[in-house]
Unconditional design. Sequence first.
Length: 191
Amino acid sequence: MSHERTWTIANTISSSRIFLLAPLAYCLFSDFDNNRLWAAGIVATGALTDFVDGYLARRLHQVSDSGKIIDPVADKVAVGALAAFLVILGDIPVWYLGMVLARDVLIVAGGLFIRARKGIVVQSNWPGKIAVSLVALFLMLSILRMEELASLLELTLWLSLGFMILSLVVYAQRLFIGKRMNEGESAWSEH
């Protein structure tokens, strides 16, 4: 019987996004010089880990079912917590946090259903990855509170919402239309 390793380098890097929440909260809720810039730096570091973990998983041949779970869960926890922090601070509207959380709950529930029914771990899709990146950019711009970036902030708000909806549609196709879910079988699958 073969057991895959859960705590690979890639999975450890994925998990680090959750541990970055403590210093992020400290920077956002404390009043010290450049606290918002420090917070933005922490968010940028978290976003960088999202690219590095996938690259290392493929490069070091550590792609695993546990990694397909840990990576998106770390994304969802980190993004949801950051959005909640920004709602508390009055930087983003509550309805945006609601959209982010509703999408994530639906995707996790659908993924658990597919895993229970078919024994398959659904991998992140490209619209989902783009949505998370746009949400992160929107949250980053919200952290910075720069008037010069107001139009970019508005653009990323609507683009992120559009890609959240698109990614949800792609996941729904996998769930309800019975699309095959193995890696590489969909135009929307990660390569």
